[in-house]
Write a protein that binds this ligand. Structure first.
Ligand code: WTA
Length: 648
């Protein structure tokens, strides 16, 4: 019999893959006419919005009179928490599981829609009692525990704007995001478990937070005796115990903010992406149902992302809950307690739809097919990926080893900014091509254009989105000018500049190439080179640093830092490498630590002093150097080349 390796090798020649027999017939979206219908895109989106419960219907679908500031479903009123929870309980689905929560040590807790209803109401009352009001910003720094869903929904219920910070970010990053968003309330945890250890989250936060916030709610999850400050800190369990049981959801304007989520841009200062209520929920509910072919009363859906990223917001919390889905929520890592834990979970809960990042698939591939093969994965009928381009080999492995060759893969392209999936293959309608995200969803118009904004027929260009869509970001929090400048200055106020390069093939399929700005994508985590550089130069021995994203087999891109030390041409030693990496971990988070540090006596700069990262990428990836004539000192490159040879 041919080995797995040989089978995959053979499949590499196959360009397109069709869904298995019968898939189309049962699909939620199985009529290609939807693409034509969506040409009348306001009517199309109004119909999608109609799937939600509105307290007051809108008067106008889209107000685009002041581009690029869109207003969707103008005059409409609704509450997101009501739509995600109460509505399903009222429809008789209170006993349906919203989350099968699985803890690192094997604990299992099923949270039903009725449970969510009870806790969200109480926590909404508790927040109100504490003085949190509509329009206030609430920071949430929690691991993957059910309370994170309760916290987000309670904010939505009272109209507070949540600002979730990914648990992998350091306390300093949390502090910075609290400062930028002017949050006066923080919801966090005593300790977070990770691979058998407990990180003292509350204690670490206390070290940096000072009197920045007025109140901290602490979920006492690990009972590690976290310090509590009288008058400022409150126990989540006690708050819930004392809170009134019933809460009337606040009817929110369709354009009231729902949340801020900070993401990385070209500069060191993160961007506060602002999402609002009606359009966002419309976008995530529609895409979650259509793209994942969701049958809420049959499917067990698992998005293995972290709730702290947009994927978690849209496809662990809001999309699935809006659709009344049953999800799995896994507390831990993919390799703890063992490398087959994901597959054990799929088997245990009979997961039917699985959504994860290519980087995780590559890691599983490396660990070997023997881990998934230990488990019965036959329940899986649809697979998804997100966050970075997937290389065909990893795609095929996912398709064959995990999906058993019978589950279509939806490669979903989107961003924190877009709020919901923009480009993918609707599984009941389109064949898939390994490595291509597919086509813009009905209701979305995307294109690949050149410098002048003209369509590119062959080859790569700028990926753009041509008209507003309901779940688009509305602005950057408190930075309207930066919003316009970043996304709507290159091609005008009607055209959203994505920041990715892409190619479109003869079938209209999009192939995402990567970022065109100084954003690096490490394991699907978005980081700005400037952010990492500024963390590195905060080390007293460092004079200057230039960071690039270097192609990496495991993590897609990895961070390579070229570092010039203070005062001398000397190279640093291993201890200093350790210190610099630790500095980055403390400033941003462990996931941002450079994989490779190269000592550079000098950096390649243009005559005007701009660092030429293109050359640094060439040299790090071992390519022929491009044009060096614009360099102030062309010798720099030869020196660097020597350094790299020495190290490798
Ligand atoms: C990249 C994550 C290729 C892209 C939802 C984008 C992708 C950035 C894909 C957004 C995909 C996301 N194929 N590249 N399917 N999905 N990207 O804001 O560069 O964390 O601009 O949102 O990830 O990252 P973000």
């Amino acid at each position: 019999m041919a080995t797995l390796e040989d089978q995959l090798e053979e499949l590499l020649d196959q360009e397109t893959f069709s869904p298995p027999d019968g898939f189309k017939e049962q699909a939620v979206v199985s009529d290609a006419a939807i693409y034509d219908q969506a040409e009348d895109y306001e009517a199309f989106w109004a119909e999608r919005a109609g799937a939600l419960h509105w307290d007051t219907k809108w008067d106008q679908v889209l107000d685009w009179s002041n581009p690029p500031f869109a207003k969707w479903f103008v005059g409409g009123k609704l509450n997101v928490a009501y739509n995600c929870v109460d509505r399903h309980v009222e429809a008789g689905h209170g006993n349906r599981v919203a989350y099968h929560w699985r803890g690192e040590e094997g604990e299992e807790v099923d949270i039903t829609y009725a449970d969510l209803h009870r806790d969200v109401q109480k926590f909404a009352n508790a927040l109100t009692d504490l003085g949190v009001a509509k329009g206030d910003v609430v920071a949430i720094y929690l691991p993957m525990i059910p309370e994170v869903a309760v916290a987000m929904l309670a904010c939505a219920r009272i109209g507070a704007i949540h600002n979730v910070v990914f648990g992998g970010f350091s306390a300093e990053s949390v502090k910075e995001r609290i400062e930028f968003s002017e949050a006066k309330t923080l919801i966090t945890v005593d300790g977070a478990r990770r691979k058998g250890k407990t990180a003292p989250i509350k204690e670490t936060v206390d070290e940096v937070i000072g009197d920045l916030v007025d109140r901290i709610v602490v979920v006492e999850k690990t009972g590690n005796g976290a310090p509590m400050k009288d008058g400022r800190d409150h126990s989540y369990a006690q708050l819930l115990e004392n809170a009134a049981a019933e809460h009337t959801p606040e009817p929110m304007d369709a354009e009231d903010p729902l949340y801020i989520l900070y993401t990385s841009g070209s500069t060191a200062k993160p961007k506060g992406i602002l999402h609002t209520t009606g359009g966002y929920l419309t976008g995530v509910a529609y895409t979650h149902k259509a793209v994942f072919d969701l049958k809420p009363d049959e499917d067990i859906y698992w998005c293995a992302a972290d709730v702290g990223w947009v994927t978690g917001h849209s496809y662990i919390i809001y999309g699935p809950l809006a659709n009344g889905a049953t999800s799995v929520m896994w507390e831990g890592a993919p390799d703890y307690p063992a490398k087959d834990i994901w597959w054990e979970i799929v088997e245990r809960y009979k997961v039917t739809i699985m959504y994860c990042a290519p980087t995780a698939i590559r890691a599983c591939m490396k660990w070997g097919a023997e881990h998934p093969e230990k488990h019965d994965l036959s329940s899986l009928r649809l697979l998804g990926t997100v966050g970075e381009p997937i290389n065909p080999k990893a795609w095929l492995w996912y398709w064959k080893v995990i999906g058993g060759g019978k589950a279509p893969i939806v490669d979903t392209w989107w961003q924190t900014e877009t709020g919901s999936i923009m480009i993918t293959t609707l599984p009941g309608l389109l064949d898939t091509k390994p490595g291509s995200a597919g086509r813009p969803l009905p209701g979305i118009e995307a294109a690949v254009v050149d410098e002048e904004g003209k369509d590119v027929d062959e080859g790569q260009g700028y990926l753009i989105l041509k008209r507003p869509w309901p779940s688009m970001l509305r602005t950057l929090y408190k930075e309207d000018d930066r919003f316009v400048e970043t996304y709507f200055s290159k091609f005008g106020k009607d055209t959203y500049l994505v920041g990715d390069a892409a190619r479109k093939d003869e079938d209209g399929y999009f192939w995402i190439i990567g970022r065109i700005d100084d954003v690096v994508n490490v394991s699907g985590h978005r980081l700005s080179t400037a952010e990492v550089e500024s963390a590195i130069v905060s080390h007293p021995k460092v004079a200057e640093a230039a960071v690039i994203g270097q192609a990496d087999e495991d993590t897609g891109q990895a961070i390579t830092a070229f570092v010039t030390l203070e005062g001398a041409d000397d190279d640093g030693d291993d201890a200093l490498i350790g210190e610099i990496r630790e500095r980055v971990a403390a400033r941003i988070g462990k996931f941002a630590r450079p994989k490779r540090i190269i000592w550079a006596g000098d950096l390649p700069k243009t005559r005007s002093g701009k660092i030429m990262r293109r050359l640094l990428r060439d040299i790090a990836e071992g390519r022929e150097l491009g044009d060096v004539t614009t360099l102030r000192d062309p010798d720099v490159m030869a020196q660097l080349e020597g350094k790299i040879k020495e190290r490798d």
